[in-house]
Design a protein around this ligand. Structure first.
Ligand code: ADP
Length: 651
């Protein structure tokens, strides 16, 4: 129920990875055209063949046989009688229409007749012709026939299947111009040729000054290798871009491609790992071969952690030989080309801790460029890049926007700018205003407002007290981020929310941790105090506090009883272990300390809220009345915030 602005785990909606569809070899359109033409021919031929004017016995007897118009009858496969009309009659009015049909010769047969049984047919024929002169009697011939047209309906679908299969294999195998089904291990990397430069340039990247300088150096290596090699310097082979999601790693790589003007092979690490054994390794070989042939060139491997995870020490359930052999091949290739061949491999990851050490050693990915989440000034720069195409209102204050979006990545900001424009368009405005940006931010953090969600009056009251509980507790706690707004409008999954403005800090003290836990428990405590009953509404808060307490105790070594011990594993190896890296006794101790910590915090929060019960009730009532309460109203009810008073005192 309490979204914070410092969520870092949001998935950026604009990941800017561009399209990475492999270029198709044989266009599928050809396949469809061929299929269509074949079907057309088939239907014309089969139509004209099968629709051989079928008639019944009565019609045959009365209109043809009795008039002595039939030349001969051929019984085919003891099933069908083919009737041939006398040639001289084909020109008459009666038979004109059957005489000149496409795909059929004039010679006949002109009609067909299902005979039932041969004996029955013969006796009927005999009876019908009993008054005929012997020389007028029609001779019946019998024949057995297996025609191509009979088996065509069977062959045709098989033919289509085979054709489809061949085309699929061709598409899979299209690689380097060789279209063989044996090539299916190879694949198409996204290749941006010299002529078709990436349109992204360094101008599109805001902030990230240090990273940009280093990456620009890489571009310079490729453009003027002589400057470096003549002094005996070796051009680096691998550059690893490291940073949280959405900080612009892919963007940076694209800018390198755009600026350097050399062929650029872009691939995602996960594309190497396939179901088939050996495919990954062959793809790596293929990729490096192509890059070397076109040197100077750049290879960009996104999400390299998909292949580059530490090898070995994997339990039996998670063994992935294919991934390991792919990684081995990658290491071999990185070693395999000399320092000055003009191929530079860029890779991106947000989990450098899990990467195999062999990948990071000098001579391979030895240059690491860190891309951090942007600070306030950098966020202003990023906003500037993304509002380029947007019609802004005069009131938009980028400085304020930037200070209200701490912890947001470049991708989040790009998303907010776009979302703000969409919101303004929905409201039929001519320009995008500050409030549209704020709405977009709130939406990015808490999800979409759902004003129409029906909530009973009682539930609304509980939500109001729950949120008021968070607000009052955090207002009077010294180390909680400042509160900006409380709302009981349902948003996303939550029924109400309290909005905070987190400070940008690198270190969190034990006191800050404890105060944050108390603030998170404020909702549950308020419910208990006011209604003397607790609800399921505190699920999110409890999940968060429990996780926070475990990290405090087991990772940060902040618990007195356990002491300065950390079971955190930066290499990511423990993730794969089935057991825990500590004894059963320690596990019990950790559990007990976490429980103590949370229950103490809960008691403290309850005590605090009892003390300020009248303010709690006032705030909840105001919330019920106007649904959203902002900072000014909060100050009217709760007084100046403690931290601000403290700050004043200290002056
Ligand atoms: P990553 O690869 O690190 O996950 P991306 O490079 O895919 O992130 O970034 C996604 C989008 O976020 C980009 O397309 C761009 O629009 C925006 N973005 C990220 N960082 C920046 C930045 N420093 N300057 C401008 N835009 C950025």
């Amino acid at each position: 129920m309490k979204p914070m602005l410092d969520k870092n785990d949001k998935t950026p909606s604009t990941n800017g990875q561009g399209s990475k569809k492999p270029k198709g070899g044989y266009g599928f359109s050809w396949f469809y055209i061929m299929l269509f033409v074949m079907m057309l021919i088939f239907s014309i031929i089969s139509n004209s063949l099968t629709n051989l004017n079928e008639i019944d016995w009565k019609e045959f007897e009365l209109t043809m046989l009795k008039n002595n118009e039939v030349e001969r009858i051929v019984v085919v496969n003891k099933e069908i009688a083919e009737i041939y009309i006398k040639k001289d009659l084909l020109t008459t009015e009666k038979y004109k229409s059957i005489g000149n049909k496409p795909f059929k010769s004039n010679l006949g047969p002109h009609y067909t007749l299902q005979i039932g049984s041969v004996e029955g047919f013969e006796s009927k024929l005999e009876k019908a012709q009993k008054d005929f002169d012997p020389e007028d009697k029609i001779a019946v011939r019998y024949t057995t026939r297996t025609s191509l047209w009979n088996i065509l309906p069977w062959i045709f679908p098989i033919l289509i299947l085979v054709l489809f299969w061949i085309l699929m294999l061709r598409r899979m195998g299209t690689s380097g111009g060789t279209n063989s089904i044996f090539n299916f291990g190879k694949f198409n990397t996204q290749l941006m040729e010299k002529g078709k430069k990436s349109t992204v340039t360094f101008q599109d990247i805001a902030g990230l000054k240090e990273a940009k300088t280093e990456v620009m150096e890489v571009v310079d290596f490729l453009k003027n290798p002589g400057t470096y090699t003549k002094l005996g310097a070796k051009i680096p082979k691998g550059v690893m871009l490291v940073g949280p999601p959405g900080t612009g790693k892919t963007l940076m790589a694209k800018a390198v491609a755009g600026e350097a003007g050399v062929p650029f092979y872009s691939i995602s690490g996960s594309e190497f790992v396939e179901m088939f054994v050996g495919v990954g390794a062959s793809r790596v070989r293929d990729l490096f071969k192509k890059a070397k042939e076109n040197a100077p060139s750049i290879i960009f491997i996104d999400e390299i952690d998909a292949v580059g995870r530490t090898r070995g020490k994997v339990n039996a359930f998670q063994a992935n030989d294919e991934r390991e052999s792919t990684l081995n091949q990658l290491l071999t290739e990185l070693d395999g080309f000399g320092a000055n061949t003009g191929v530079i491999v860029l890779a991106a990851t947000n989990r450098p801790d899990v990467l195999d050490k062999a990948l990071l050693r000098p001579g391979r990915f030895d240059r690491h460029i860190y891309l951090e989440l942007p600070n306030k000034d950098e966020r202003i720069e990023i906003f500037k890049v993304h509002i380029r195409g947007i019609k802004l209102d005069k009131n938009v204050n980028l400085d304020k926007l930037s200070s209200q979006t701490p912890g947001f990545s470049g991708a989040d900001i790009a998303n907010i700018c776009n979302e703000a424009a969409l919101i303004a368009a929905r409201k039929k405005k001519n320009t995008v205003e500050q409030e549209d940006f704020m709405d977009a931010r709130d939406r990015a953090v808490g999800g979409l407002e759902r004003k129409s969600k029906i909530i009973s009056a009682k539930e609304k009251e509980i939500v109001a007290y729950h949120e008021a509980g968070h607000a009052v507790a955090s207002w009077y706690l010294e180390h909680v981020d400042s509160l900006v707004k409380v709302s009981i409008i349902p948003r996303g999954k939550s029924l109400g929310s309290a909005w905070y403005l987190p400070e940008e800090r690198q270190l969190v003290s034990k006191k800050q941790f404890m105060d944050q836990i108390c603030a998170s428990l404020g909702g549950r405590a308020a419910e208990e105090i006011i209604f003397n009953e607790i609800t399921s509404g505190a699920l999110d808060d409890l999940e968060k506090t429990t996780k926070q307490a475990y990290t405090m105790v087991a990772f940060y070594g902040l618990d007195e009883e356990i002491g300065p011990i950390s079971f955190y594993d930066s290499t990511g190896q423990n993730e794969r272990l089935l057991g825990k890296p500590y004894s059963e006794h320690m596990a019990q101790l950790i559990d007990k300390e976490v429980q103590d910590l949370i229950t103490t915090a809960y008691e403290r929060t309850k005590h605090l809220l009892q003390e300020h019960k009248s303010e709690l009730i006032k705030l909840a009532e105001l919330l019920l009345k106007q649904e959203v309460v902002d900072e000014e109203d909060l100050e009217l009810i709760l007084g100046k915030r403690m931290t601000e008073l403290l700050a004043k005192d200290s002056i």
